[in-house]
Design a protein. Structure first.
Length: 278
């Protein structure tokens, strides 16, 4: 899930790697690839994968908050949210709590009673250790797993059927599971390890870059992000420079967005956009 209030460099299609926003989601919307990643990192089997959309009555609320789930999937008895994090962000715990609330609310609003809520997993894959601020040199762990337990009696589990798992890809050498280690190596370095799965992921990245549909979707996604940032600025955040708008216009155009769409998103005239990108 992405929070979109900060300006960011918009990569061209050719610059994208597996862990970039847009590419990560596209690759994991191949069900067999997604199932393999889940099995490697969560060590659970998944059945027939579905990619549900958020309930219509709550989706607009979350989208206006500048939030988008990366990969949201379910099978017969569980729901999994997979998030990729390529840079350090604060308040990881509170964000995971927010994501959990969204998943539960979506299930309940679709008619599911709380006793029958499915097992839920929130999986964060981070290129760097997200807990390094708590201990300056970091903990050196490749994986952090969180469950709700009793502080007074650690053997007592609340059994709320929710598990949160955070991977630190920078510590891939410390990962004992060979398959997980190879995947974390690829995520941290962008270089396929000597295993078939990471090479397969890289092949998908190359294939997707040549997809016309992905090029259109990627351009539209970035324009949507830009709209959210413009709304945030209207609420009092610092105004971006004109040079940034020019760079974005050129990048969007290079990634397949129409002049009309760029004009509408960036608040420029069509004639102005055309002069910038031609």
């Amino acid at each position: 899930m992405k929070e979109l209030k900060k300006e960011r460099h918009v990569k061209t299609i050719d610059e994208l790697t597996y862990t970039d926003d847009g590419m990560f989601q596209a690759v994991l919307h191949e069900p067999d690839v997604c199932a393999e990643l889940v099995e490697r990192l969560l060590h659970i089997k998944v059945g027939k994968i579905e990619y549900p959309k958020l309930e219509k009555t709550i989706a607009p609320f979350y989208s206006t908050k500048g939030v988008r789930l990366d990969v949201y999937l379910k099978d017969e008895d569980k729901i999994i949210d997979i998030e990729i994090q390529s840079y350090m962000q604060d308040e990881l715990g509170k964000r995971m709590r927010y994501y959990q609330s969204m998943i539960d609310m979506d299930s309940l609003m679709k008619g599911q009673d709380y006793p029958s809520l499915k097992d839920s997993y929130i999986l964060f894959i981070c290129k760097y250790d997200p807990f390094i601020k708590e201990k300056k040199e970091g903990y050196g762990r490749s994986c952090y797993t969180f469950k709700t337990i009793c502080l007074e009696e650690s053997e007592v589990n609340l059994n709320d059927k929710s598990i949160k798992v955070v991977y630190n890809a920078s510590a891939y050498k410390a990962e004992k599971d060979e398959k997980a280690r190879a995947l974390l190596h690829y995520i941290h370095t962008n270089e396929p390890a000597e295993d078939d799965f990471s090479k397969r992921l890289e092949d998908y990245v190359k294939k997707i870059k040549n997809s016309e549909k992905f090029r259109r979707d990627y351009a539209a996604m970035n324009l949507h992000d830009r709209d959210i940032m413009r709304l945030a600025k209207q609420e009092g955040l610092a105004e971006g420079t004109r040079q940034k708008a020019i760079e974005d216009a050129r990048s969007f155009y290079a990634n397949g967005a129409s002049i009309e769409l760029i004009s509408k998103s960036l608040g420029m005239s069509a004639e102005e956009v055309e002069k910038l990108v031609k």
